[in-house]
Structure formats: structure tokens, C-alpha cells
Design a protein around this ligand. Structure first.
Ligand code: UDP
Length: 256
């Protein structure tokens, strides 16, 4: 993939590096403005929303590390990243979560008539998600959608379809890092578009998975809600203390 970081709007000063992952340090509103500008200019960008678990993934998967370092924007998704930035004395302004970024972009897309494409989740789930977003954001132009269970041959067909449709926004929900790898390996074929991995967001949009109640989210307890409702996530959540330990280690080493 061509390195598209250099052509982003924000400069190095608006980035905070945490364990070699370059996070953007803007407010959620500023980020939305930046992405809207890229859409108006018909540019191509790749957004990764990264939480501690995703940062930890870079230590196990060097290919994924390269992808995250080459993406146009990595947003700080989750309170763990915010804590890490404070530990490293490089505080980030605001959390910019994947789900909220997608909702912000869909809202803006409906207003500005940007076309969107959804890729991911089970067939019935993505259908329901599309129905729900069209009700929630009247006027939203969903150019196409496709479930996330496809063969290599079908992957090429999906790529060709996106190439033909030229959507302004492409949300890919295959889980991390599969979705980032799919974007990375296909993005050179497209002329324009904002490409973003959205994990299990289509499951939430379809109504099949509930997000934590607002109060829990405000208290930064969404992770705890997910743990109670989806206890099989425990293994992944145990990455958080490991992440914080690494951050402390980096602080100590840099302080020498
Ligand atoms: N998924 C998919 N294709 C696959 C594997 C998974 O489309 O081959 C979808 C799955 O149906 C779900 C999402 O990817 O909608 C993964 O959700 P999860 O919450 O596990 O991802 P995370 O947000 O943790 O990255």
C-alpha cells in the first residue's frame, strides 16, 4: 500500500505515539471535520480505531503492526489508551471510539449526500443493520452491502463492486485484524473513499447486540458491561493489564 499518512491533514504535532502506534490527538468534532474534508476532496483514507487490545496485537503480528503504522489515522478508542497517554505525559484530548465515529460519519453522510457501503457480519445481520440505519438517518444513500463471510474469489468480486460503485465511505466489519488486512490488501484498487474497520458494529446496528447503557459508558464502564453480557471476551480483556505494564515499562525506559 502506498503510504498515505503523509497526505493527511493533521501533522506530527497532532499525534501521540503509544507503544509505536501513532494515535491522532484531536477532538471528535475536529476529526469529523477532517474526514468530511477528505470526502469532499474525493480522497482515499484508511482509519483504524484502536483500543489497548488492538495495540497488543501489534506485538504478536508484525504484518498488522505495519498496517497500523501505515494507516492514515489511528484513533484512540477506549479509556485504556487515554490512561496510557497520561502515564506517558502525552495526554490525548478525547476518546474517539469506532462506533461513535461510524455514527458521526453516517449522520454527516445523510446530510451531505455521501454514499456509503457496508461489508461485514452475517447476511441477516447486515440486512437488518442497513434497514435500521436507513430509518435512523433518512436520506442516507447506501450504495451496497455484503455479508462478511466470503471466499477469496468472492473477495475479488466485492473489490470490483466497490471499485465500480466508488462509495465515499466503506465500513468493514470483519473483526480486527481481519478487516484491517482486507482494507490494506485492497485499498490500492480504489480511487477514492474513506475505509474504516468497525468490528462488531453491524451487530449493534442490527439490534442483535446491545451497547452498554449511556450511564455506564459515561462512567467508562462499557468494557465491564461487555464482560458481563459477553463473558467469553475475558481472555481479550486480560490484554489491558499487559498493555498498561508495557506502557509503564516504556515510561521507565524513556525516563532514564
Ligand atoms: N465477521 C465477519 N466475517 C468473518 C468473521 C467475523 O463478517 O469471517 C463479523 C462478525 O459477524 C461480527 C464481526 O465480524 O459482526 C466481529 O465482531 P467482534 O465484536 O468480534 O469484533 P471486534 O469489534 O472485537 O473487532
Amino acid at each position: 500500500m502506498e503510504n498515505i499518512l503523509d497526505k493527511t491533514i493533521i501533522g506530527k504535532k497532532d499525534q501521540v505515539e503509544i507503544l509505536e502506534v501513532p494515535f491522532i490527538n484531536t477532538t471528535r468534532d475536529q476529526f469529523l471535520d477532517i474526514i468530511t474534508t477528505h470526502i469532499e476532496r474525493k480522497e482515499k483514507k484508511f482509519i483504524i480505531t484502536a483500543n489497548p487490545e488492538i495495540v497488543m496485537q501489534t506485538f504478536k503480528d508484525s504484518y498488522f503492526k505495519r498496517i497500523i503504522q501505515e494507516a492514515s489515522y489511528v484513533t484512540p478508542d477506549g479509556v485504556g489508551i487515554k490512561i496510557a497517554s497520561k502515564i506517558l505525559d502525552k495526554p490525548i484530548l478525547e476518546r474517539i471510539t469506532g462506533f461513535e465515529t461510524m455514527i458521526d460519519l453516517l449522520q454527516t453522510a445523510a446530510k451531505n449526500k455521501h454514499n456509503v457501503y457496508f461489508l461485514g457480519a452475517k447476511n441477516t445481520t447486515i440486512k437488518k443493520a442497513v434497514e435500521n440505519v436507513q430509518l435512523k438517518f433518512p436520506g442516507l444513500q447506501v450504495q451496497g452491502y455484503r455479508d462478511g463471510y466470503f471466499t477469496n474469489k468472492e473477495s475479488v468480486e466485492i473489490r470490483n463492486e466497490i471499485k465500480k460503485l466508488q462509495p465515499d465511505l466503506v465500513f468493514v466489519g470483519l473483526g480486527c485484524p481481519r478487516q484491517e488486512k482486507w482494507i490494506y490488501e485492497n485499498i490500492d484498487h480504489f480511487n477514492k473513499g474513506i475505509f474504516m474497520g468497525v468490528g462488531g458494529s453491524f451487530d449493534v446496528l442490527s439490534g442483535e447486540v446491545k451497547r452498554a447503557p449511556l450511564m455506564w459508558r459515561k462512567l467508562n464502564l462499557e468494557w465491564f458491561y461487555r464482560l458481563v453480557t459477553q463473558p467469553w471476551r475475558i481472555k481479550r480483556m486480560l490484554e489491558l493489564p499487559k498493555f498498561l505494564l508495557k506502557v509503564f515499562k516504556e515510561k521507565v525506559e524513556n525516563g532514564k
